[in-house]
Design a protein around this ligand. Structure first.
Ligand code: URA
Length: 240
């Protein structure tokens, strides 16, 4: 199926759509050996697209996976310390995918994996404010004033966070479980927000990403997104 050239270049992970448009306008992009113009379309699985004479890898079938990541695996595709990666868990996926954002080694839950660089970049871009919901277990009780601080935003070393949405789930024995929804994606953000208030996070799992939920997908398993889910996800981050 034919697609706009800037979309093909962005999906290959080369640069953003806007930068790709600039490259096309500057006459630096060719399709099957002919200099391309803005507005040109081609079939990414058949055409030879080159930038400054260097051929882009031909687009593989686009793949969109939702995984329930276990604790004890890293989200990078290679780990210098030789730890297991989420890619090691993807048997029978014939294309190379990467994770959209990351979850810590000790965090489990919903992780999207794709080879669509354009969509991955847009989902990860802070301007789209995609909601991410975490189930958090802390030792002790969450005090009312601390819940309010999480809901107002917490001062971290990299600045104050946006307000979180908190929903109490349950207290059991010496632990409390609650859901926290944030739309930023800073490194270890949930743990750092809780630690800043003196709480020790003893379990963390992402249970929601935008409207997507883990439902009953077992830990360590993955499934493809349905066409409806994919369409809705693309809509969430469509250029306005
Ligand atoms: N916040 C964290 O602290 N860890 C994660 O893995 C994701 C969000």
């Amino acid at each position: 199926m034919e697609q706009r050239l800037q979309k093909i270049i962005a999906a290959a992970g080369h640069c953003s759509r806007r930068e790709a448009e600039r490259l096309i306008e500057a006459g630096r992009v060719s399709v099957n050996g002919q200099v391309a113009s803005l507005g040109d379309r081609c079939d990414p699985q058949a055409a030879v697209v080159a930038i400054d004479g260097k051929t882009l890898p031909r687009q593989e079938k686009l793949c969109y996976l939702l995984m329930n990541k276990p604790v004890g695996v890293v989200t990078t595709s290679k780990d210098p310390d030789g730890r297991r990666t989420v890619i090691d868990l993807l048997s029978e996926v014939p294309v190379r995918v990467f994770s959209v954002g990351r979850l810590d080694y000790n965090t489990s839950g919903l992780l999207l994996l794709t080879n669509d660089g354009d969509l991955a970049n847009r989902l990860a871009h802070p301007s789209h404010e995609v909601d991410k919901t975490y189930l958090v277990r802390i030792r002790g009780k969450l005090r009312r004033e601390d819940r309010q601080r999480l809901e107002r935003g917490v001062e971290l070393e990299d600045g104050i966070t946006s307000p979180a949405l908190i929903r109490h789930v349950r207290s059991k024995g010496s632990h409390t479980w609650f859901e926290m929804t944030i739309h930023e994606g800073r490194n270890r953000q949930v743990r750092r927000m809780c630690e800043a208030l003196g709480y020790d996070v003893s379990r963390l799992s992402r249970v929601g990403y935008a409207f997507l939920r883990l439902d009953d997908l077992p830990v360590g398993h993955y499934r493809e997104l349905s066409e409806t889910e994919l369409r809705s996800l693309k809509n969430e981050v469509a250029p306005k």
